[in-house]
Design a protein around this ligand. Structure first.
Ligand code: C6P
Length: 409
């Protein structure tokens, strides 16, 4: 039986000023949460508070403002550490987001990999968990192999086990697919890779807003998150890395803050996490990310997941009543993402008409072109639901699609 959620969604919606606005004369129905989530007043307040009261550079000044900013930034790091249950706060590296986090790791492995080493990547990755590894392969002569998926949008794990060998040095997979919503069995993926001594990077960008990941329990080597998908601001995220890996990898960028000592003859690097945090970081963003985690944890990740699952079931049933509509990604384990097409209609055309009705969805390949190639389609319409969405909004989506279909058929 589906668990009925206890969230007070009407009250929650009051926290999100943007949800009151109109688009093209209609109330905004924001269903593009997998691209970026909306920002509650509590996070906006944290941003305003930073710039109004203690805007200063961190780790540098003796003055009060700098110390206040440093304290708040480092407190945010500890909040993030606790949220993902990392063993140490220095295992949390602030980055500009998942893309930056993955590139940092890919760059670091340049000196570790050798020609003929093999890297395994899942068939359902976002481009940011494909391209940096292709670039790494070009630099090192390593070979990238693909873990295949099936029609439902699940990885074929029997094939994964067959691909693993003593040559496998790294495995990359998302926790949740942005285009299909599939929740991957990352525990099995991580354990099997470790059996062959391979390191595992899990892209948690789409999972973190819906699933409580425990990096120690997962025993994952690297885990990446973008704040803007979980009620935080854009331009900030984290890389979680196991201490031993982060100590082994060289710095990504050189500059201020990441050094212990600099002379023209030789530079020594700072300890973790600063070794990977060159230059002035997104201080306000890091602090606001902490505020976003507080906000989500006050509601409860489990409660959020349960309500979003209710929305997913409802939306799936309602959408499937539309003739000619096909859903891509029908795994039993999904987050609240529905990718679909309607026979004979280009996804972009549906998206444009929905926008005229005030309904925001994403259309296209969702930066996951290999998935579109797998299904032999140019793209999909993607509706992605968050805990502040309602069944009434799903009804508006269904009616909007019917209207679009009538206009375009
Ligand atoms: N996906 C989407 O509409 P950044 O841009 O660095 O914050 O995140 C990149 C990224 C990496 N992995 C996954 C699984 C993602 O979904 C994303 C971002 C957005 O699906 C924008 S392309």
């Amino acid at each position: 039986m589906t668990k009925v959620s206890s969230l007070d969604v009407a009250l929650i919606r009051k926290d999100f000023p943007i949800l009151d606005r109109e688009v093209n004369g209609n109330p905004l129905v924001y269903l593009d949460n997998a691209a970026t989530s909306q920002t509650p007043r509590q996070v906006i307040d944290a941003i305003v508070d930073y710039y109004s009261n203690y805007n200063a550079n961190i780790h540098r000044g003796v003055h009060t403002l700098s110390q206040e900013a440093t304290d708040k930034y480092e407190q945010a790091r500890i909040k993030i550490q606790k949220h993902f249950n990392a063993a140490h706060s220095h295992e949390i590296i602030f980055t500009s987001g998942t893309t930056h986090s993955i590139n940092l790791v890919a760059n670091g492995f340049t000196s570790i990999l050798q020609k003929g080493d093999e890297l395994l990547v899942s068939a359902m990755e976002h481009h940011s968990n494909i391209v940096p590894w292709q670039m790494l392969c070009e630099r090192t002569g390593a070979l990238l192999k693909v873990i295949p998926m099936n029609e439902e949008g699940d990885l074929i794990l029997e094939e994964y086990h067959k691909l693993l060998s003593a040559k496998t040095k790294m495995v990359f997979c998302n926790h949740v697919s942005n285009a299909l919503g599939t929740i991957n069995n990352i525990k099995e993926i991580i354990d099997a890779a470790h059996g062959f001594g391979a390191a595992v990077l899990i892209d948690g960008a789409q999972a973190a807003p819906h699933i409580q990941a425990d990096v120690q329990d997962l025993n994952v080597d690297f885990y990446t998150v973008s704040a803007h998908k979980m009620c935080g601001p854009t331009g900030v995220g984290i890389l979680y890395g196991k201490e031993e890996w982060l100590n082994r990898l060289p710095p990504y960028q050189g500059g201020g803050e990441m050094i212990a000592e600099v002379t023209f003859e030789k530079t020594t690097y700072a300890d973790l996490p600063h070794k990977f945090e060159a230059g002035t970081p997104n201080i306000c963003g890091g602090i606001a990310f902490g505020a976003a985690l507080d906000y989500m944890n006050n509601i409860g990740i489990a409660e959020i997941a349960s309500y979003e699952n209710e929305l997913l079931q409802y939306a799936t049933e309602r959408l499937l009543t539309i003739e000619g509509l096909r859903i891509y990604g029908t795994s039993k384990n999904k987050t609240s993402v529905i990718s679909f097409n309607i026979d004979g209609i280009h996804p972009y055309d549906i998206g444009s008409i929905l926008d005229k009705l005030g309904i925001a969805v994403r259309t296209g390949h969702h930066c996951a072109q290999p998935i579109m190639d797998f299904y032999k389609i140019p793209g999909t319409v993607r509706a992605s639901f968050s805990f502040y969405n309602t069944k009434e909004e799903i009804n508006a989506l269904v009616e909007g699609i019917k209207r679009a279909k009538a206009m375009l058929s």
